[in-house]
Ligand binder design. Sequence first.
Ligand code: ATP
Ligand code: MG
Length: 688
Amino acid sequence: PDTPAHDPWADLNPRQREAVEYGTGADAERCGPLLVIAGAGSGKTSTLAHRVANLVLKGADPHRILLLTFSRRAAIEMERRAGRVMQAVLGLGGQPPSLPWAGTFHAIGARLLRDYATRIGLSEAFTIHDRGDAEDLMGFARHELGFSGTKSRFPLKGTCLAIYSRAVNSQAPLHGVLARHFPWCAQWEEQLKTLFGSYVQAKQDQHVLDYDDLLLYWAEMTREPAIAAELGATFDHVLVDEYQDTNRLQAQILLAMKPDGRGLTVVGDDAQSIYSFRAATVRNILDFPSQFSRPAHVVTLDRNYRSTQPILDASNAVIAEAPERHAKQLWTDRASAQRPQLVYVSDEPGQARWVADQILARRETGVRLMSQAVLFRSASHSAGLELELTRRNIPFVKFGGLKFLEAAHVKDVLALLRWAANPLGRLSGFRVAQLMPGIGPANAARLLDAMAESGQAVQALAGFSPPAAAAEDWKVFADTFVALSDPGLAWPAHLDLALRWYGPHLQRLYDDAVVRQADLDQLARIAGTYGSREQFLTELTLDPPDATSAQSGQPLLDEDYLILSTIHSAKGQEWKAVYVLNVVDGCIPSDMSTGDADEIEEERRLLYVAMTRAKEDLQLVVPQRFYVHQQSGMGDRHVYGTRSRFIPERMLPLFEILPKARQGAPAAAPAQPAVRVDIASRMRNAWR
Ligand code: ATP
Ligand code: MG
């Protein structure tokens, strides 16, 4: 209708506006790169969305805008936000232009590599290994080189991959990586080099790339000045959110594509850098101003729009204790009498009950489940709470946990799709072939070798004689494979074929086939949201959809549900009420990291990230007895938790301490509110 166009620029403060307008007018030719460095909740992401909208409104072609975010979800959200701004300005109904090049570095890398594959000696049909597959391939290589004997103390495949990945992403020599991060493996340097050589060879022979390759090949490609220039010219504007969590390869890529920095915008917060365990380096953002041939324009924002002053005070206090100085103290005009709460509970079950009670109580006051989130240091910490929520029928979605894609039955189906897309991929081939009773490793290898030799998968399949026991399954499989290899097949028909093929195997392999079928149904449901088989396989591997509570099933889109998330995956988001679990030493900081001062500081930033997600209510929960998993093989045990060292005594006045009775000394667990059940009306309703 004719509602007058709301002016979205009016909401911006002067410095946000500066960031939105910089270099978008007559000054465009003269301007260098733009850096927005600012604290949590100061509007970096929304400024970036406004900037994108502004660029498009001033005539930039959305197809020539590259927008790099830290998750697929964040990319979709950014596109939506920019779209809303455009609509508001133009006063239009209808669809604002979409941003086809919005995504994570890895997903965009995969697309570019597919476009450039033939020019850089890659097969266009490459498939992507997830961490599990990458580990397995590393394991094969390790085995083939004879490093895996039982007496050998050679690092396990997971460690080997971690070392390799670290070296690749930090672009550092192996020697230094071992000395600094894996000193106990340093003696194996020579063997590791050999191993990594074989691993790379195996990937190339099989036309597979791992996660790191997506950045590595992209960076490698940009070392060729002609290609770098071409790529740089493909995008008039490159914008990056959460820049503090990028690694050296990512910085190199940007520098190569935009050597003078023109058209490049990055935003981030050095106090929120939490991915150095994946070789991200805060140096990227600190060095940014002087890396390009033109100096960067730097904008800082210090007004927080997200949280109330008491939440901000507590968060500021936590980060202010960091030995490394972070830029800014944030302020807000959102006064509140409610301090964040520090809640002592008896143990983890007590914590789960407390949090569930709080969530329901808030919902009673009108705070939807969707406006509340429970955050934790590591994905396993929510197990108890998940049970409690399920028991009480509170629907939830879990971010950053074990993905349903890692389930064996889902992997089986995906393996068939991958194998048909790339017949040289041996891991998927092995997996699929051996699903047929009668076909073991030897026969599977024979088939894969034949495929590799002939280069004609379908022909090799026709010429293969399966063992008698597998004859029937083989026929069904071969027909399916041939159908899947038809280039004319339109997505998502591939998935339908694969699921039909898999049905009998699922029934045969699992007692709980019914439960597992639900995962496959979910796969089918989401398939349609991807444009092609390639996109489905790529994006699913790189950025799997969030796991839902298995028992309560996938919440419907219009249903209200709670968010459970690791702190790492909660980056950039906000909720009215936030509960942080296990704020005890050993969890935050994690006992995995105790020791190295840099790692401890990263844990402090992690707590800061968690606290700054809250808009109105923040609770840090401290169980006084909690379970730890012992690394040393002593089994799991209970320990007495002490409040996280990041909240020392002198900060306590910034919090409200619960239960109230507690005066410093450990108190009894809070009494549980009596459960009320309206049996009477239930009885009546049963007959309605
Ligand atoms: P983080 O560091 O956590 O990623 P951020 O700096 O990206 O935070 P945003 O998520 O962009 O911050 O913004 C935080 C909240 O503040 C959002 O709800 C956003 O809509 C709101 N906000 C940002 N700028 C303004 C403004 N000028 N006026 C009102 N609200 C604003
Ligand atoms: Mg943000």
